[in-house]
Design a protein around this ligand. Structure first.
Ligand code: BUP
Length: 459
């Protein structure tokens, strides 16, 4: 009998930064004739997650959907954080065992589960009971993945994050400067830290780690982790990025696109800090000054709350009318969801001021767009260093964590000019884009890795 394509169940965790790569992979698998089941937790934290899930399913009628109810956490039970995304990670982990019956009765039988790092510990026993392999999907840089995988070892030594040290050492990879470590990691009882450490301990049970990155982007770190120098008990590391985007045109306000059409090539700075960072109102004002001072054209996506359901403010409450007036021919400020895809693809975009959420980094890499990195929280400082080293962008380390300080408009303006005028950077970034294209093209390294995994899983 001839082998038939596998049935793959995909289980993302909370937040657009996690959902997005899963939807992309689901689309890629479906177009390679796999049967795909998308598993989503309900209720979702943000409105963008639920609307993207529905939209995705409407575009992919063959993809099956399992929605499972998460058992919410009691607000008082986690004194270390009130971040709704972290609370959902925890709630999802506690609820994953409920999936067993629907996965066991799936037809055709499920060949493998591809699940988020953030559910590694809870899905491992489910996959074992089903007798099928589990692949972990890493939605961050390989370098930050190394930090998470190695976190249990670091936490076992009280000196690891001591402020008397300037860097954190992980075998095989270049040391991480202490300021790049996400602050919660320094507190072993922080909910996020304990979840990540528990998930890290389950990694050895996985069949492989699929990563949204590519060999040429993080060559040294990938070589180190693949050769077992970081930890000797990890399963194969499988870079398959940058993941292809599927997003066809969605019905949303895209009034910024005709405006972009009328701007000169590579003249516009695109500014976005991702789906869950709301800058302080003081920082929003400084950023507006910086954009104006730089003299460059801009498209700025502005968010005012961590979870989109809480968005209430209006543009006129956040920015002075005089600013909006003065810059009306030079820039656009947009609130709400934009199609970052369409924006980064647009020839008018010449630079990207961004927080270094990993999806954004991979999207910029695909298009070879130079970045000005301004990490806000979590993996973003480590990612910023990766971006800088890969030649995709510049990073002003002294700005620190965006959410913790205040950077003046003057400094921001100067740095934007540097981003837009650095021809060497533009050339290097373009090269990154070419390499990304090679990796995912036919016969490319990332494409081959994915093909091999799917061949292995054929039934
Ligand atoms: Br905001 C926004 N439109 O308006 P990241 C984001 N995106 O298409 P984050 C839009 O969401 P984490 C918008 O292209 C990317 O694919 C964007 O993921 C898209 O950052 C995704 O870049 C956002 O990883 O997630 O949202 O901060 O905290 O997990 O890094």
């Amino acid at each position: 009998t001839t082998a038939s394509p596998p049935h793959i169940a995909l289980l993302p965790s909370a937040g657009m930064g996690h959902l997005t790569p899963f939807l992309r992979l689901a689309s890629m698998l479906s177009s390679r004739s796999c049967t795909v089941t998308l598993i989503t937790a309900s209720p979702s934290v943000s409105a963008s997650e639920s609307s993207h899930i529905s939209f995705f399913l409407s575009q992919h009628p063959l993809v099956k959907h399992i929605e499972f109810q998460v058992i919410p956490s009691k607000p008082s039970s986690n004194p270390t954080t009130d971040d709704p995304f972290f609370l959902q990670f925890e709630a999802t982990n506690r609820s994953v065992h409920l999936l067993y019956p629907s996965l066991a009765s799936a037809s055709p039988p499920i060949s493998a589960i591809f699940s988020d790092f953030a559910v590694a510990s809870s899905i491992a026993p489910v996959a074992a009971d089903l007798g099928i392999p589990n692949y972990i999907i890493s939605t961050t840089s390989c370098k930050f993945f190394c930090l998470m995988a190695y976190l249990p070892v670091l936490l076992s030594d009280p000196w690891s994050f001591s402020s008397s040290l300037s860097e954190v050492n992980i075998p095989g990879i270049t040391p991480l400067p202490l300021p790049s470590i996400p602050p919660p990691f320094k507190n072993p009882s922080h909910l996020l830290t304990s979840l990540i450490a528990t998930d890290a301990q389950a990694l050895s049970k996985a069949k492989g780690i699929l990563m949204n990155t590519f060999d040429d982007f993080e060559p040294e770190t990938l070589t180190a982790i693949k050769s077992g120098r970081v930890l000797d008990n990890l399963p194969p590391i499988l870079p398959i990025g940058p993941l292809e985007t599927f997003e066809p045109k969605k019905k949303q306000d895209q009034s910024y696109l005709p405006w972009l059409d009328s701007q000169p090539a590579e003249s516009v700075v695109y500014v976005s800090f991702g789906s869950r960072t709301a800058l302080s109102s003081a920082q929003i004002r400084e950023l507006s000054k910086g954009l104006e001072r730089s003299g460059y054209r801009f498209l700025w996506v502005l968010k005012t709350s961590k979870v989109d359901k809480d968005d209430k403010e209006e543009l006129k409450d956040l920015l002075e009318e005089s600013f909006l007036d003065r810059t009306k021919n030079k820039g656009r400020v947009v609130m709400g969801w934009v199609s970052q895809q369409d924006i980064l693809e647009h020839p008018a975009i010449g630079g990207f001021l961004n927080h270094c959420g990993w999806n954004s980094v991979m999207e910029a890499a695909r298009k070879g767009i130079p970045m000005l990195a301004w990490p806000q929280h979590m993996d973003q400082s480590v990612n910023a260093e990766v971006v800088e080293k890969a030649g995709l962008g510049i990073w002003e380390r002294k700005w620190g964590w965006g959410l913790e300080g205040l950077v003046s408009g003057e400094e921001i303006g100067k740095k934007i000019v540097e981003l837009m005028e650095d021809e060497k950077l533009r050339g290097l970034a373009r090269k990154v884009g070419e390499n990304a294209g090679k990796a995912t093209g036919i016969g490319g390294k990332s494409e081959k890795v994915l093909t091999e995994v799917l061949e292995y899983l054929e039934q």
